[in-house]
Design a protein around this ligand. Structure first.
Ligand SMILES: [Zn+2]
Length: 379
């Protein structure tokens, strides 16, 4: 009992010590232990239930609360939408509830919570709390790991997971590939937008911002002097790396573009453009290491496989090789229609293998629609 008394005292002392300076925080616990205290970013999480006033026995810690033991969801009496993580992987069960980014907290002998990924879903877990459990701050059978927050991987917190549990890798295979290729990128904290007219959701798979140069090529907006990070899917960033392999042998060092992400449908349709999914880029022109530029609107020679100028030849060859080398899934050239007179539209529309090329067109999209959602800028 001495042990319990000490723990209670420690608990109350912690509350007293932290109540004033941390009054802005939802609860004042979880501050001890061998792990560094990371800045609290759960401000705004509402406390639930009554403040804890009872006597804490060991088996009451987190009882009925997130991270506490359970035999069924009904054991999780303090949880708003209770569920019980069970099976060999979760010794003694663990109360949880679904989450998209944040989780509620509860006063009393209860760990602060954290929304993390469990088998592909957002689930509330308990943070490590050495004042509550001693050691690394987790129940027997559980271990403290630093996990990324679900839907916000740049935020990470020490969280209790089953011992031996393999934490989901916050880095996708695609992102690991970017790292392997030396591509500079950062997560893009994208909140799904909706197109005003159709109400369609502009979802983005694995949104990132990728910085120039990419495989030796700098990307800048056609009327800007400097490069800015591109908002794209991770897969499109990999495609841009492939594009470098097409451009570098031609001594191209810069791509002038007129946009990537744009939440809007294909002009004249109710279907979202690949731009709405961060999966497309419109290429206005190219610049080589001598400063010579190759501008689609000026230099593209329409409806011929034998361009006469060197600029026209280079643009034609680049379009052909982008297609032959599967750099992108869809390639629309100025031959495709007037809407593309001043750019190559290239995207990664799933399942497409298409070059919109006029007289040497090799295949067509089912819809035959232009995949471009960007209004071309004035010349
Ligand atoms: Zn486009």
């Amino acid at each position: 009992m001495q042990h319990h008394t000490l723990r209670r005292l420690a608990w109350r002392t912690l509350l007293l010590l932290t109540a004033a300076p941390l009054s802005a925080l939802p609860v004042a616990c979880g501050a001890g232990g061998g792990l560094p205290l990371l800045p609290s970013d759960d401000a705004g999480d509402a406390g639930l239930g009554e403040p804890w006033t009872g006597e804490a026995e060991d088996d009451e810690r987190n009882a009925g609360w997130i991270g506490g033991p359970c035999e069924a969801a009904s054991s999780c009496v303090h949880v708003q939408t209770p569920a019980c993580l069970q099976g060999d992987a979760w010794p003694g069960g663990a109360c949880t509830q679904p989450c998209t980014r944040l989780c509620p907290d509860l006063d009393g002998p209860h760990s602060v919570t954290f929304c993390a990924e469990v088998e592909g879903q957002g689930r509330c877990l308990s943070r490590c709390d050495a004042d509550l459990y001693g050691g690394d701050g987790c129940r027997p059978g559980y271990a403290c790991r630093i996990l990324p927050r679900f839907n916000e991987p740049t935020t990470q917190q020490p969280t209790c997971v089953p011992e031996g549990w393999e934490a989901p890798d916050p880095t996708t295979a695609c992102r690991a590939a970017l790292d392997d290729l030396g591509i500079i990128w950062a997560p893009w904290d994208y909140t799904t937008q909706r197109d005003d007219d159709t109400g369609l959701a502009c979802t983005i798979d694995d949104p990132i911002r990728v910085s120039s140069p990419i495989n030796g090529i700098s990307y800048r907006y056609y009327n800007q002097d400097t490069s800015a990070p591109l908002a794209v899917t991770c897969e499109l960033a990999l495609a841009l790396h492939r594009l470098g392999d097409v451009l570098k042998p031609r001594r191209i060092t810069q791509v002038l573009h007129i946009g990537t992400f744009n939440c809007r449908p294909v002009s004249g349709t109710q279907r979202l453009s690949e731009h709405a999914h961060g999966n497309a880029i419109d290429i206005w022109g190219l610049v080589d290491d001598d400063g010579q530029d190759y501008i689609l609107e000026r230099d593209w020679e329409h409806d011929t496989t034998q361009p006469r100028t060197s600029q026209g030849r280079l643009l034609y060859d680049v379009a052909q090789q982008m297609y032959q080398d599967n750099v992108f899934n869809t390639i629309l050239t100025p031959n495709y229609n007037a809407g593309h007179d001043n750019h190559f539209h290239v995207d990664l529309q799933p399942g497409a293998r298409f070059i919109g090329y006029g007289p040497v067109q090799t295949s067509r999209l089912d819809s035959g629609e232009d995949g471009c959602g960007v209004t071309p800028p004035a010349p």
